[in-house]
Design a protein around this ligand. Structure first.
Ligand SMILES: N[C@@H](CCC(=O)N[C@@H](CS)C(=O)NCC(=O)O)C(=O)O
Length: 493
C-alpha cells in the first residue's frame, strides 16, 4: 500500500502537502478532489474525510485529515529527514510552528485570500471592514515571524523544514492577497528569496496561479511569439543529420538553419476541439501511477501496456504497438547527438519536424513486424506519438504543434538520418507565413498530447504534423526544467 493523497492543488493546505511531500521526497498517488465543484463535499469523499476538507491522505489505514499531520506522518514513516528533525528540541520548534500555523496563521491569512482573491474571482467586492478587523491579528503574527527570521535563515534554524512550507502556504498568493509584507523585511526575504526559490515550491505554484489568478496576464497570454527552427530547402543538396562520428558528415546541409519568429497560440480555450485527424494533434487526460522513468525496462514492461490501453480507448484502434520511448529533459542538452549510448534520454528537439515520411512510416512497420506487415499495411495504419510531462508542470521549452490544415504538401521535405547501422528519414519543414502554431502552456503530468506523425489514409485527414519544442518567453527565470516522455506507437485499424 502506498500513500494516497486526496486534494485540489490550488488550495492552501493541499498545496502545502504537495510541496511538503516533494521536499521530503515522499512518493504518493494523487487523487484529484475538485474544490470548486464541491468534490470535497461529495458522498464518496466524505467517507474518506467526514470534515469535508481537502487535503486528506490514506496509507492503508484510517484517513489523515489534517495537512500538517500528513506531512508529519510522511516524514516519520520514511524516517531521518532533516525537514522534520528527530532531535527533541529541534522537533519541538517545528511542531510549535505547525500548530500555530493551523490554529492562528492560516485563519488570519485566509481572510486576505478570500477578500482579495476569491471574492474578485466571484465578481464580488472585497470588504474593507473585514480586512481592518483582521489586520491586528495578522500584523501580530507577521511581527513574530519577522523577528524569528531576523535571527535565522529558516524558521527553525539553518535547515528548511516542513514548518517553513506550512507557514508559507497561507501566504502563497501574497501579492494578490495584498499582504503588507513591506513592513516585515525579514519575513519578505524568507518568502520571496528562500521559499519561492525552493524547487518543491516552484513546482506547485502554477496550479495555484492558474486556478486563482485566471486574469493574471502572465498566465493568460492568448499567444506568445518565439523563434522556431525551420530548414531551408537547398535542393539538389540533401539535408542530413549524423548520429555517429563520421568523415562523411563534413560539408553536409544540416537542418534548422532558418530560425523564424512565429506566433504560437494558447490552445487551452479550445482544447476539446483538436483532433489527430483534423489538426494532427489532440489533448487528453492520462493519469498514471507509473514513476520509474529512469528505468528503461520498467518503462517498457509497466508503462507501455498503459499506453496501449489508453490509445485503444481514445482512438478506437484494433491494435497498438508501442515500440520506442524517449525521456526528454534539458539536463541532456550537453549530450552530443553523435553519442550512441543511452539514446532514450535526450534534450527537447528545437527543430520543426515530423518523425516519419510517406516512405519511412510503412518501412518501420515492415522492420518491426516483418511477418505481418503486408497484411497490416493492407488496412489503415497510423503513427501516433504520445507526449506527456513527467514529474512537474511544464514551464519551459513546451511543445508547439503546427495545424496540419495550415501546411502544404510542399512545406515538408526529407531529412536523411544517418545511423551507424541504418539510414532513416523524417520530414523537416520550410517556413511559410501561413503556418498556424498551437501549444498548451503549463501542462501537468496528468495531461497528454497525441501527435499524428504518419497516416496511411490519403482521404484528406491529417497525415504529418510538424512540431518543435520552443523557448516560451513567459517562462519564469528559475522555472524547473522541462521533463517529458515521448512514446512512439503504431496504431492499427
Ligand atoms: N486544518 C485543515 C484545514 C483544511 C481546510 O480548511 N481546507 C480548505 C481548503 S484550503 C477546505 O477544504 N475547506 C472546505 C470548504 O471550503 O468547504 C488542514 O490543515 O488540512
Amino acid at each position: 500500500m502506498g500513500l494516497e493523497v486526496y486534494l485540489d492543488p490550488c488550495t492552501v493546505n493541499s498545496r502545502k502537502v504537495l510541496a511538503g511531500l516533494d521536499l521530503l521526497g515522499t512518493k504518493y498517488h494523487f487523487n484529484h478532489v475538485d474544490y470548486f465543484t464541491g468534490g470535497h463535499k461529495a458522498p464518496e469523499y466524505l467517507k474518506i474525510n467526514p470534515h469535508a476538507t481537502v487535503p486528506s491522505a490514506t496509507d492503508g489505514g484510517d484517513a489523515i485529515t489534517e495537512s500538517n499531520a500528513i506531512l508529519m506522518y510522511a516524514a516519520d514513516r520514511d524516517g531521518g529527514h532533516s525537514a522534520y528533525p528527530t532531535d527533541l528540541a529541534q522537533r519541538a520548534k517545528v511542531n510549535r510552528w505547525l500548530l500555530w500555523e493551523a490554529s492562528v496563521w492560516f485563519p488570519s491569512c485566509y481572510v486576505y485570500l478570500v477578500e482579495y482573491v476569491v471574492k474578485p474571482l466571484l465578481k464580488a467586492e472585497p470588504d474593507q471592514a473585514v480586512i481592518d478587523a483582521q489586520a491586528p491579528t495578522w500584523n501580530k503574527g507577521a511581527a513574530i515571524l519577522n523577528n524569528q527570521l531576523s535571527k535565522t535563515k529558516w524558521l527553525c534554524g539553518d535547515q528548511v523544514t516542513i514548518a517553513d512550507i506550512a507557514v508559507a502556504s497561507p501566504m502563497h498568493l501574497h501579492d494578490a492577497q495584498k499582504l503588507p509584507l513591506e513592513q516585515y523585511p525579514h519575513l519578505r526575504r524568507w518568502l520571496t528569496e528562500g521559499i519561492e526559490s525552493l524547487n518543491c515550491w516552484r513546482k506547485t505554484q502554477g496550479a495555484v496561479d492558474r486556478a486563482l489568478l485566471p486574469n493574471n496576464p502572465a498566465r493568460q497570454e492568448s499567444q506568445v511569439r518565439s523563434s522556431l527552427n525551420y530548414t531551408r530547402h537547398v535542393e539538389p543538396q540533401l539535408t542530413e543529420l549524423y548520429f555517429y562520428e563520421s568523415p562523411d558528415a563534413k560539408g553536409i546541409h544540416e537542418p534548422g538553419d532558418d530560425p523564424q519568429e512565429v506566433a504560437i497560440n494558447n490552445g487551452w480555450p479550445q482544447a476539446k476541439d483538436f483532433s489527430v485527424d483534423k489538426q494532427g494533434f489532440s489533448l487528453g487526460q492520462f493519469e498514471t501511477r507509473f514513476d520509474k522513468w529512469e528505468d528503461e525496462n520498467e518503462v517498457r514492461d509497466r508503462f507501455y501496456p498503459e499506453v496501449v490501453d489508453f490509445l485503444k480507448r481514445e482512438l478506437g484502434a484494433a491494435r497498438v504497438l508501442v515500440f520506442d520511448h524517449t525521456i526528454r529533459s534539458k539536463a541532456n542538452e550537453t549530450k552530443k547527438l553523435t553519442q550512441e549510448t543511452n539514446t532514450s534520454q535526450r534534450a527537447p528537439v528545437m527543430l520543426v519536424h515530423c518523425d516519419y515520411t510517406s516512405h519511412s512510416g510503412p518501412l518501420r512497420v515492415k522492420q518491426l513486424l516483418p511477418d505481418e506487415a503486408d497484411d497490416l499495411l493492407s488496412r489503415r495504419v497510423a503513427f501516433i506519438n504520445v507526449w506527456k510531462p513527467i514529474n512537474n508542470i511544464v514551464e519551459e521549452r513546451p511543445l508547439a504543434m503546427c495545424d496540419v490544415r495550415s501546411t502544404e504538401k510542399d512545406d515538408f521535405f526529407k531529412l536523411h538520418l544517418r545511423y551507424r547501422d541504418r539510414n532513416g528519414e523524417n520530414y523537416v519543414l520550410r517556413y511559410s507565413p501561413n503556418h498556424k502554431w498551437w501549444y498548451f502552456p503549463h501542462m501537468t503530468p496528468q495531461q497528454v498530447i497525441l501527435l499524428k506523425t504518419f497516416d496511411s489514409e490519403t482521404d484528406g485527414r491529417a497525415r504529418f504534423v510538424g512540431h518543435s519544442a520552443f523557448e516560451d518567453p513567459t517562462t519564469p527565470p528559475n522555472a524547473p526544467m522541462r521533463e517529458s516522455v515521448e512514446i512512439r506507437t503504431i496504431v492499427f485499424y
